[in-house]
Ligand binder design. Structure first.
Ligand code: NOJ
Length: 537
């Protein structure tokens, strides 16, 4: 089924639904238990069937895989585990043939310690690449230069015995930070972007983009006043001098200028700091990201009133006229189906596609994939080993995609790199494609509704009072009003309606063409989209 674009004059990154793929876990083609590009190529028809307008691929560049591809040792080659550059080109072509855009994850903040730039940089203090990374002498009393902590545990400074200085790493010690204050680094990275733009990628998701620049004075971070025994140790200090620095904003603008050398490309940014900081990453007078990623739906308590407040805060935190974006899952966050349960996962899906702005979801969310249970001892994610005991292991959400109910779920013929997890029999693509009331069918219908209904893309967002656990809002264009009512509770609800309406879609997928008069009845965990019938209609 080819979905008609909602409005061809609106930029693609506003119209489309974006699907994040973690290539290691999507489809294996060679039996090594790890997903790859040819595997992904064999699934492009599924993506077209689902109706997504863009895929965001987690990194596929050459990497020693200490952080599963977020530690890059060659920015302009594909890791052999995933395939070749030719495979990549074929994949981009196949996706483009199906009108699906390609967004590649790029990692500008740090490289692998195996990258030739770092190998040179650490070879001698006089090497021309020395200043490409962040080197510093020991602090006044010996030891690290200051109190900065790695997000993955311990000091963010690693001693280099040969050259007798410390280097800075915001993440793993095998992920040294590039020195973005150095114009040579910025120019080299601009060439990396151009390399992929010439290979026809439509945009980038910029990893860890908020932490590109560090305070040149290396000032100590202040204590985190909310720190207690339950807070993971890396959060002991507030990241004032290493996060969202003013220089970072201008470096992002430089990246955006590079992207704009090519037509119709977009920049998505992973930005930290929650809603309070998100506005900084938007188009102001000086353009920054097209889509600064917003994780509110994953980080909020799941109650109608809290959701309504969070949505309101976010919409007010971004500049007037800025384009919102919502995320329902990622390779770094516990799965939504496990957080909320399957019934509310349907509500979450309806919310995602009905809110104003670009919806992003994570491969497997559409079939309700749960977190896979992986013990601490079996964890592959370095985060778990380095900061144990805080539930930070990200393996559960990285378990392989399930394509069918066979032993290896159609993911591989070999041993999957992570266990498949539970409920494979019913939570797999083939089973749900054959079930017209499945979660997968709901996702497909929601995507299609958003694609075909201009009020859902460019229409106004009108919040309504959300009471007794029902989240209520409208999306309106000049000639259409859609009322969205989402029951976040496990018991039925009745809401008074001001005008009659026609039911367009419900989360259970079992009510159709129903006319709703003055009362709207919602079963437990039910969400509906209603077209309001105005008197002239
Ligand atoms: C954010 C990525 O999403 C995460 O997976 C990674 O570990 C860090 N950045 C470091 O690159």
């Amino acid at each position: 089924m080819v979905h008609q674009r909602a409005d061809s004059r609106i930029e693609w990154w506003k119209c489309c639904s974006i699907y994040q793929i973690y290539p290691r876990s999507f489809q294996d083609s060679d039996g090594d238990g790890v997903g790859d590009l040819n595997g992904l190529l064999s699934r492009v028809d599924y993506l077209a069937w689902l109706g997504v307008g863009a895929v965001w691929l987690s990194p596929v560049c050459r990497s020693p895989m200490r952080d599963f591809g977020y530690d890059i040792s060659d920015y302009t080659d594909v890791d052999p585990l995933f395939g070749t550059l030719a495979d990549f080109d074929r994949l981009v072509e196949a996706l483009h043939e199906r009108n699906i855009k390609v967004i590649l994850d790029v990692v500008p903040n740090h490289t692998s310690d195996q990258h030739s730039w770092f190998v040179k940089s650490r070879s001698s203090r006089d090497d021309p690449k020395r200043n490409w990374y962040v080197w510093a002498d020991p602090g006044p009393h010996g030891g690290p230069p200051n109190n900065w902590l790695s997000r993955f545990g311990g000091s963010a400074w690693e001693w280099d015995a040969r050259t007798e200085q410390y280097y800075y790493h915001a993440f793993l010690r095998e992920q040294p930070d590039l020195n973005w204050h150095n114009p040579e680094v910025r120019s080299a990275f601009a060439d990396v972007l151009r390399f992929w733009l010439r290979r026809d990628v439509d945009g980038f998701r910029v990893d860890a983009s908020a932490v590109l620049a560090e305070d040149p004075l290396l000032r100590d971070e202040p204590p985190n006043p909310d720190f207690d025994s339950e807070t993971p140790p890396p959060e002991k200090f507030n990241r004032v001098f290493t996060d969202a620095r003013p220089e970072t904003m201008s470096y992002i603008e430089e990246m955006r200028a590079v992207v704009e050398e090519f037509s119709d490309r977009a920049l998505l940014g992973e930005v930290q700091g929650g809603i309070g900081r998100i506005g900084q990453f938007y188009d102001g007078e000086r353009p920054r990201f097209h889509l600064p990623l917003n994780f509110l739906l994953l980080d909020t308590d799941w109650h109608a009133a809290t959701l309504a407040a969070g949505i309101d805060q976010y919409i007010n935190a971004i500049p007037d006229g800025a384009w919102p974006v919502w995320i329902l899952g990622s390779h770094d966050k516990p799965r939504i189906a496990s957080q909320l349960g399957l019934a509310q996962a349907r509500i979450a899906a309806m919310l995602l596609f009905m809110l104003p702005g670009t919806p992003i979801f994570y491969a497997g969310d559409e079939i309700g994939m749960p977190n896979a249970m992986i013990s601490s001892e079996d964890a592959r994610d370095p985060f778990e080993a380095l900061v144990p005991g805080y539930g930070l292991n990200r393996d559960p959400e990285r378990a392989p995609m399930r394509w069918d109910s066979s032993e290896k779920a159609g993911f591989t013929t070999g041993e999957p790199w992570l266990p498949l997890g539970d409920h494979v029999e019913e939570r797999n693509v083939a089973s749900q494609q054959g079930d017209r009331r499945s979660l997968l069918s709901l996702y497909r219908q929601l995507i299609a509704l958003r694609q075909t209904e201009p009020a859902l893309v460019a229409g106004r967002f009108q919040p309504l009072r959300s009471e007794r656990g029902v989240l209520l809002f409208e999306r309106c264009s000049d000639d259409k009003r859609l009322l969205i009512a989402l029951n976040t509770r496990d018991s039925s609800r009745t809401c008074p309606l001001q005008s009659a309406g026609a039911l367009r879609l419900n989360t259970h997928l079992d009510r159709k063409d129903e006319r709703v008069e003055s009362q709207l009845h919602l079963r437990s965990n039910e969400g509906v989209v209603i077209e309001v019938l105005t008197s002239s209609a």
